[in-house]
Design a binder for this molecule. Sequence first.
Ligand code: AMP
Length: 424
Amino acid sequence: MVVSAIKGMSDIYSPEVEVWREIEEKARQLFLRFGFREIRTPVVEKAELFARSIGEDTDIVQKEMYTFPDRKGALLTLRPEATASIVRAIIQHRLHNIPTMGKFFTIGPMFRYERPQKGRYRQFHQIDAEVIGFEDPVVDAEAMYLAMLFLEETGLRNIELRINSLGCSLCRPPYKKRLVEYLKNYETSFCKDCARRLNSNPLRVFDCKVPGCREIVSGAPKVTDSLCEHCRQHFEKVCFYLDEVKCGYKHDRNLVRGLDYYNRTAFEIVAGGLGAQNAVGGGGRYDGLFAELGGPDIPAVGFAIGMERLMILLKAEVKKERVKRPDIYFIALNEEAREKFFGLAQNLRKRGLYVELGYELRSLKSQMRRANKFGSSHVIIVGESELEKKTAILRNMDTKEQSELPLDNNTEQVLIEKLSKENE
Ligand code: AMP
């Protein structure tokens, strides 16, 4: 029987993978301009890291984590997101003590045991950015601006930034009390999940997609109306800086986000064309997380963008032309010819050219067909008569022009010069 991949986990291959690489590279380049440094953490962590950070009563921890005992019984989890791991790494290596190391990014796979559907998978990839050490709203605004700028630079249009403030440890508890008082009036009408959330994590009721729950929530008191003075000013300033850089946004008073560690700023970037899973990215401020994980009390802001959803949105852009075409395709018509240019091909690759070899000594016609399939820009053909003359045929596949190329110690240099002249 054929073994296939696990449900909700995908293989990524050409030509899509070329677009993935392009996007990842774009992220790296752009993030570097904003002063971010790359960090790579393990995909497996101790299970308690996520329970403590994301929150015991979140969908992620309750239902979606890949948690399993290792051979000695230690509970491990495949990371469902990157923030907790990055915070752990920063605390562990005391990176917060290095003044130039305040911004981190990572790109990699995350794992959530969700019901797979369009835009929702069990292994998915995030581009994740975190800024640590600053409480100032300018940092929140800059993070959102960066996320939006990045998505725009990938070619995405019609995206909307939705922002909200979730308050802080001062103003959220009294708000929560008022919310619960309101929600209790509808206790019997909630879905099973929300009935549970009512007592453990009432804010999460805002996230529920069940129509009945949504209706109840629409009349509920909103956290933004209960902000303390400090949080209110913070939020206003975030908006000010977004306006300053003409970064459009919508204040979404129902936005709460699925992870517990957020305070004050929370945001999501949504796009049409994704169906129910309409968020292509999201993030927010998490000032309490460092202390929660046993580290120093450091404020922080971060966001994550989902690669798969971004790819769905960019689908129309995925064209074969992104696959690089070979500069040279070598066609050998006999073993001796192949021996002649095996070394030459490797040297040309060392010097930066993309070279393909016809590995099988087939007929000229069949090898030409293969060279064409690759879209090769040049073909070099060596057969018996060329060997006798110590030459090769160089064919420009675009102009169909053919010339004779001497096969000697100078061939490599002659070729490099010829090709770079053509590209001028
Ligand atoms: P979150 O970590 O839940 O805030 O998600 C941040 C971004 O990751 C979302 O906006 C999505 O683009 C992406 N994402 C989250 N969960 C999934 C999933 N199961 N499948 C694909 N993408 C996801």
